[in-house]
Design a protein around this ligand. Structure first.
Ligand SMILES: [Zn+2]
Length: 243
């Protein structure tokens, strides 16, 4: 199945926090949108790989994804090396996305920066026909996504552009809340409370979207950076859009 947009992230729930709104906006426009989680989040303080999988599936339904897959590489210990790159290249060639959304290059969790480099490098390498990969015994064709954009997650970095997500902000909150073991945890459950399980963390995510929105005169937005210069075909794309 060919996707228009594939969001690739280190942990199940990264996408929800950082770019769920953008995915839902484009799914509503008829684009085929999917998520590839690199790890199962098995090192998370709260919950297990199994609970995380159920939560990811529930959130996928809320976001209207065409597909959500987990690459199953090692949480905390994956590297930007050949084995991980080949696994990712196989997935990129399978879904042939035009746009890839990826983790931020620098963030609180060290997996995020490593994932950003792994994803960016794999998207490039995936376009080299002499790197041979197979899927279900069949050789795959080379594929390089047109754009790789990096979403903002924990650390603030100045975005290169933002996407208006005002229309879907309530559904974004719903998608995040699917990760019941991770966010807005009840005070009296038997697992340790963490930085991300508090109401303050959840509010911080939504407040970030408000800040991003304010920069362009809308209520809520998500910010992205790009390594490649963005070009447009027409100024029409920028008229009556956001102020
Ligand atoms: Zn993460």
């Amino acid at each position: 199945m060919k996707l228009d947009i594939l969001a690739i992230a280190a942990h199940p729930d990264d996408v929800e926090l950082a770019c769920a709104g953008t995915l839902m906006v484009h799914a509503a426009q008829g684009m085929k949108v999917g998520v590839l989680d690199l790890t199962r989040g098995e090192l998370g303080t709260r919950g297990t790989a199994e609970t995380r999988e159920e939560e990811a599936a529930a959130s996928a339904a809320v976001m209207g994804l065409s597909v959500r897959e987990n690459l199953g590489i090692a949480d905390g210990f994956f590297r930007n090396e050949k084995a991980e790159q080949l696994a990712l290249i196989t997935a990129i060639r399978k879904y042939r996305p035009d746009i890839v959304l990826a983790n931020a290059f620098e963030d609180r969790h060290p997996d995020h920066g490593r994932a950003a480099r792994l994803i960016a490098d794999s998207c490039w390498l995936s376009g080299l026909r002499k790197i041979e990969t197979t899927l279900d015994g069949q050789p795959q064709e080379a594929w390089r996504p047109s754009q790789v954009f990096h979403f903002l997650q924990e650390k603030y970095v100045e975005p290169d552009f933002v996407v208006d997500i005002t229309d879907v902000i309530e559904r974004k909150k719903e998608a995040i809340k699917c990760f019941k073991t991770q966010f807005l945890a009840p005070a009296a459950d038997n697992e340790p409370q963490t930085y991300i399980s508090s109401p303050a963390f959840f509010d911080g995510v939504i407040n970030r979207d408000k800040t991003m929105g304010k920069m362009v005169g809308v209520a809520y937005a998500e910010g992205f950076t790009t390594v490649k210069m963005l070009g447009i075909r027409s100024f029409k794309d920028l008229i009556n859009n956001v102020t």
